[in-house]
Design a protein around this ligand. Sequence first.
Ligand code: NAD
Length: 296
Amino acid sequence: MTQVAFIGLGNMGGPMAINLVKAGHQVKAFDLSPDALALVKAEGAEIAQSAADAVANAEVVISMLPAAKHVLGLYFGEQGIAAGISKQALVIDCSTIDAESARRVGAGLAEQGIAFIDAPVSGGVGGAKAGTLTFIVGGDIANFKRAEAVLQGMGKNIFHAGAIGAGQVAKICNNMLLSVLMVATSESLQMGIDNGLDPKVLSEIMLKSSGRNWTLELYNPCPDVMETVPSSNGYQGGFMVDLMAKDLGLALEAATQSQSSTPMGALARNLYVAHQRSGHGKLDFSSIFKSFERKA
Ligand code: NAD
């Protein structure tokens, strides 16, 4: 049993913290949202009054926040908690942020003698709830091994990608690919519908054909093809368009720095930013399907 401070209890962090409680860890949780706190409290987590209160006696500190500015602010901002974390603790940031910011967090904590790994996740809200997330870790191998027992309480596959920041690089490569698959699956389904096909039948056919991919298997973007996915729930919950647009921005910044050619990622980013700008930022990212629908 480990004393875990968990900060950021949103769509992902909430169910992750609950799974740690179920795995027998002692979880002290904090979020700016009282509603998010109430959900984890109902499942047995202890509620902290502030982020500093959460980390006071923690052996492991986990953060799961929207973007780099929130993560840097949490540890090193005006009320930054870095100084209040035990030197024996391990800090694990599971947010998706740029690799450079992850390295800054690692360096800032190292100055205070605190160990750090970046451990962004893949698997979506479904994976967070089921405890089947994939963790992609960047950091010292010794710290990776220290983290494994806690990460196993929330995930099934735990990878070591390289030094601090490498987890973030692998994560944005994955999300760039995911965005392209989601856009391409959406346009294919809509073309089928426009030509008289039932999207359920078309999905079944493509699942057993060479177009098969994760979005068809687990996250069909067309409403009412699958029961428990955001598309069948008004595109609520899941992974917000705002966050996908952020990740694609990170991917293209990385591509610019490494002078990599990423034409599909660039197109997907433009489509997601246009979708965001037309008022869909808070919807799940599979709502890109709506942009291909014929308007009445
Ligand atoms: P979310 O917006 O649902 O949750 C973020 C939570 O952080 C909110 O509850 C917010 O109140 C809280 N928060 C913000 N600043 C805070 C602070 N200073 N102190 C305490 N709490 C604070 O976002 P999410 O979907 O849970 O995503 C979190 C991260 O995980 C993002 O970086 C995202 O890119 C990544 N991610 C999301 C998914 C997904 O499917 N949703 C999948 C993989 C990775």
